[in-house]
Ligand binder design. Structure first.
Ligand code: TLP
Length: 343
């Protein structure tokens, strides 16, 4: 029985058609700005998000770091959700490389209200760092893949802008958010100055993310990217994968969301599992098990051909993605049933 890998949508493999597009890509030196395929990807991505410019970067982590570095200086502060990927899982890059402190704000479900934004902004006091920017995350990973209601994002962003902050959106799964809410990605992206989205998650490209935003911030990000060693040469193959992903892999995300829903509903019915179904809006299923340690649960599932991930001290996560079928979801439910039955 083949293994069903539900650890993350980062494990997706390029389809044969994507691989062909990669093999056929026109190449040039991107540090010189001469890779036609990367240039095209950046144009298409900027246009798709309604931004002036875009930059191909190696990862979501780099996209978020650059988004922060172009909007805050050393000694300043940015606001982020206490459970955001940027605060928890990006190795403290903003602090280490930019001297930028993160003010973590605890939210109910990853959705920051305008009041919470206002409260987190520092008053003008000689003791305090200045608040320069805020980062939102949509969909919100550790809150179970919740997609921000557009109105909530607009309200939080408007409050930040009213107070002179720059807004960065960690849209690692931006297209999942758009598909789930029925919004255009442009409407979501319009709430932020800079936006990161990942090509290498649900869109199934092997590598890469995009940072989009105003011309001058993207030019500045290009310099930072070079400093970080992210200036790459003939990378049109990766650009071709990204273009293919944007053209062919967005609409099918709805299938992943439907599979996640089936998986979540099946899990929620099982005794010993705590799962908030209202949070299952996209392709992530975050839950807890009562009867056994999360690490033991993961190990037992793997013995039965299903890989999941522990994402915090108590939380477990299954992620549906390209390559995971409705039958795989049933296989996963069966495995979990056996694991819990034996516990
Ligand atoms: N998330 C990964 C792991 O790092 C946890 C995953 O498997 O979900 N923002 C968000 C919201 C993310 O979920 C991730 C990756 C990133 C940024 C960073 O992207 P990469 O892995 O490309 O650096």
């Amino acid at each position: 029985m083949p293994t069903v890998d539900l650890r993350s949508d980062t494990v997706t493999m390029p389809s044969p058609e994507m691989r062909r597009a990669m093999a056929d890509a026109e190449l040039g030196d991107d540090v010189w700005g001469e890779d036609p395929t990367i240039n095209r990807l950046q144009e298409v991505a900027a246009e798709r998000l309604g931004k002036e410019a875009a930059l191909f970067v190696s990862s979501g982590t780099m996209g978020n770091l650059l988004g922060i570095l172009v909007s805050a200086r050393s000694g300043q502060e940015i606001i982020a959700d206490a459970d955001s990927h940027t605060f928890l899982s990006e190795t403290g890059g903003a602090a280490a490389l930019g001297g930028i402190q993160i003010m973590p704000v605890r939210t109910a479900a990853g959705i920051m209200t305008a009041e919470q934004v206002a409260e987190a902004i520092r008053v003008d006091d000689v003791h305090h760092p200045r608040t320069a920017a805020i980062a939102f995350e949509d969909t919100h990973n550790y809150h179970g893949g919740i997609a921000w209601p557009l109105e909530a994002l607009r309200a939080a962003s408007a409050e930040a802008h009213r107070n002179g902050l720059s807004v960065h959106l960690d849209g690692a799964r931006l297209f999942n958010a758009a598909v789930a809410t029925g919004s255009d990605v442009r409407e979501i992206a319009a709430c932020a100055d800079t936006v990161t989205f990942c090509l290498s998650k649900g869109l199934a490209a092997p590598v890469g993310s995009v940072l989009a935003g105003p011309e001058e911030k993207i030019a500045e990000a290009r310099r930072w990217r070079k400093m970080l060693g992210g200036g790459m040469r003939e990378i049109g193959m990766l650009g071709a994968a990204g273009l293919f992903a944007l053209e062919n892999m967005v609409d099918r995300l709805a299938e992943d969301h439907a599979n996640a829903r089936t998986l979540a509903e099946g899990l929620a019915e099982m005794e010993g599992i705590t799962l908030d179904l209202s949070r299952v809006q996209t392709n992530l299923v975050v839950f807890e098990v009562d009867r056994m340690a999360p690490a033991a649960f993961v190990a037992e599932c793997e013995k039965r051909g299903v890989k999941g991930a522990q994402i915090s001290r108590r939380q477990l996560r299954f992620v549906t993605h390209y390559g995971v079928t409705a039958a795989d979801v049933q296989q996963a439910l069966k495995a979990v049933g056996e694991v819990l039955g034996a516990a």
